[in-house]
Design a protein around this ligand. Structure first.
Ligand SMILES: NC(=O)c1ccc[n+]([C@@H]2O[C@H](COP(=O)([O-])OP(=O)(O)OC[C@H]3O[C@@H](n4cnc5c(N)ncnc54)[C@H](OP(=O)(O)O)[C@@H]3O)[C@@H](O)[C@H]2O)c1
Length: 251
């Protein structure tokens, strides 16, 4: 049960990609810390289950069905989140896909899918949220990746989107710091989630499964804890970047 003393009491958050993995864990963590949480993704049944789990634990949540790779959906999603409780304080841009393949074999549609969701969707969601975040002196959290700092073979398309998220976030930070809006980039290493399920290149899919079988990966809750840390700091503290690898991961 949350109370007026909970660290995020009175705050409203929107978490994208909340139907599984890091987004789901983050929504639960922010709600447990007292925020009212709007959870968005395409799988509305999973969002409904998450919302009722949050409500049963004494939190407040509601679900928004949205395809963030479709331009029109993002403004409507942000409007719904902000109008439900009359404000928006925290935007967690987490929805993403990772379709690994060597450049020579890459499917152009896979690249387009990653760019439309990981980059254009995140940018459009941020743009739509900015008026609300300026009004609340709010916080944008963008989930990039270690692949936004280290570009490995087979990740050319994915890394291009995640380097893009890092660049977008730094430019944004410098545009909005004077409005007291904070911007944080989260850069996880390997986390055990459903992310690899969508890889169509069998060699890279098997490679990821092998890594997950042979190392102790992070959990979605490890990343949710880092996000909670960033958004729970006093207003003077702007955590710009957190890169988190599993202890077992070299690069
Ligand atoms: N797992 C890792 O090792 C790792 C490492 C570094 C960074 N990351 C990043 O962490 C973020 C979350 O990934 P995850 O690992 O938690 O994977 P995940 O379990 O597959 O979660 C991805 C989320 O994105 C949502 N999503 C996918 N396409 C969407 C669309 N078109 N519109 C709206 N939502 C969409 C999915 O929901 P629906 O399918 O229901 O729409 C799901 O909720 C991603 O940005 C990923 O790049 C993950």
């Amino acid at each position: 049960m949350t109370s007026a003393n909970s660290p995020l009491s009175g705050k409203v958050a929107l978490v994208t990609g909340a139907s599984s993995g890091i987004g789901e864990a983050t929504a639960a963590a922010l709600a447990a810390a007292g925020a009212k949480v709007a959870v968005a993704a395409r799988r509305i049944d999973r969002l409904a289950t998450l919302s009722s789990r949050i409500e049963k634990a004494g939190g407040t949540a509601f679900a928004i069905e949205a395809d963030i790779a479709k331009g029109g959906d993002v403004a409507a999603m942000v409007d719904r989140a902000a109008s439900e409780w009359g404000r928006l304080d925290i935007l967690v841009n987490n929805a993403g896909v990772m379709l690994l393949a060597p450049t020579a074999e890459a499917d152009l549609d896979d690249w387009r899918r990653m760019i439309e969701l990981n980059l254009v969707g995140l940018m459009g969601t941020t743009k739509a949220a900015l008026p609300h975040l300026k009004a609340s002196k709010g916080h944008v959290v963008n989930v990039s990746s270690v692949a936004g700092r280290v570009a490995n073979p087979g990740a050319s398309g994915y890394a291009a989107t995640k380097f893009g998220v890092v660049a977008f976030s730094e430019s944004l930070r410098r545009e909005v710091y004077a409005d007291k809006v904070r911007v944080t980039v989260i850069e996880p290493g390997l986390v055990r989630t459903e992310l690899g399920d969508h890889i169509t290149n069998q060699e890279f899919k098997a490679g990821l499964e092998h890594r997950l079988a042979t190392m102790e990966a992070l959990t979605a809750e490890d990343i949710a804890n880092a996000i909670l840390y960033a958004v729970s700091q006093p207003p003077r503290v702007n955590i710009n970047e957190i890169l988190i690898r599993p202890t077992d991961q070299e690069r």
